[in-house]
Write a protein that binds this ligand. Structure first.
Ligand code: C2E
Ligand code: CA
Ligand code: CA
Ligand code: CA
Length: 281
């Protein structure tokens, strides 16, 4: 139960109360966990469907807490609401830069790696400068880093987003829009913000089996890919799981695929092995 201003008492259901406790627990353990390096960066390859070669990767965070590997869905939303997600994103950016620096020092190749930046960063001052400073600390070319932003339904944010995307571009840093199509006004955003890469959400990728609505899915998907291409941007299809989907994506001219059909996100050491192997048909 919680005391309200007027003296009335509001009761939360046990379920809500548990959620609140859990969220408070996550937030309270966040900073100590960050200091203890409990956050681990996994990498998922992006594959060029024309050559079957790795052409990039996405950094995805996991939390190694008390012997358990916690997936981001279990802590990112809470950190996002509370705001500490920004600290975490910078940590992931640093870890990614450190990894790239290490590869380069060893004389090895490394592709461009994208890092997720929560929409909470749109509220931040000097965002572009801060990103450039982090990359600068590791002395790596800006082209090695790409920033993934998620669509925002907030109209006012387009201006801010546009400023940030243009600012990053002028520093040689590409920006991609994540989960494209799932927001309220995807077309508006694509019109107002000059992004480099569009990541089409997995919910738009037609499945291999026949099902009601498949036709509509295919028409929509082809049209999105076509639109993005005509605008001179790259498309990435994410969440691609089957060979059939892959064949289909090649057919309709989607450039890059990210999904279990090639790889799941993996720890750094495994990713390094993967980078040595490349891909075969
Ligand atoms: P996202 O950015 O859309 O990342 C793609 C998610 O799809 C990842 O989940 C990835 O593991 C999963 N995925 C990849 N291929 C497939 C596939 O073929 N099939 C299916 N079903 N899923 C696939 P993950 O790693 O659990 O991350 C979930 C979300 O958490 C991310 O979605 C992103 O929104 C957020 N996230 C992860 N790391 C960070 C981070 O460092 N910062 C921020 N702000 N958010 C992050
Ligand atoms: Ca992403
Ligand atoms: Ca996504
Ligand atoms: Ca997502």
């Amino acid at each position: 139960a919680r005391q309200k201003g007027s003296g009335t008492v509001a009761f939360y259901s046990t379920e809500i109360q548990n959620k609140i406790m859990e969220a408070q627990g996550i937030i309270a353990s966040f900073l100590p966990a960050l200091e203890a390096h409990e956050f681990v960066v996994y990498y998922q390859p992006k594959v060029d469907v024309n050559t079957n070669k790795i052409c990039g990767a996405e950094a995805l965070v996991r939390w190694m807490h008390e012997g358990r590997l916690i997936p981001p869905v279990q802590f990112i939303p809470q950190l996002e609401r509370e705001g500490s997600v920004c600290r975490l994103d910078y940590y992931v950016l640093e870890e990614t830069c450190r990894f790239i620096r290490k590869r380069l020092d060893e004389g090895k190749k490394v592709p461009c790696i994208s890092v997720n930046f929560s929409r909470r960063h749109l509220e931040e001052d000097y965002l572009v400068k801060k990103i450039v400073n982090v990359i600068g600390k590791y002395g790596i070319d800006h082209g090695y880093i790409e920033i993934e932003l998620t669509e925002s339904e907030d109209f006012q944010n387009y201006e801010i987003m546009s400023e940030i995307v243009d600012g990053l571009r002028s520093e040689g840093i590409a920006t991609s829009i994540d989960d494209f199509g799932t927001g309220y006004s995807s077309l508006n955003m694509i019109k107002k913000v000059d992004l480099n890469v569009i990541k089409i959400d997995k919910s738009f990728i037609p499945m291999e089996t026949e099902y009601p609505g498949k036709e509509t899915d295919m028409v929509m998907f082809v049209s999105i890919v076509d639109l993005v291409r005509k605008l001179g941007k790259k498309t990435i299809a994410e969440g691609v799981e089957t060979k059939e989907q892959l064949r289909y994506l090649r057919q309709v001219g989607c450039d890059i695929v990210q999904g279990y059909v090639f790889d799941k996100p993996m720890p750094e050491s495994e990713f390094e092995v993967r980078l040595e192997q490349g891909y075969k048909d």
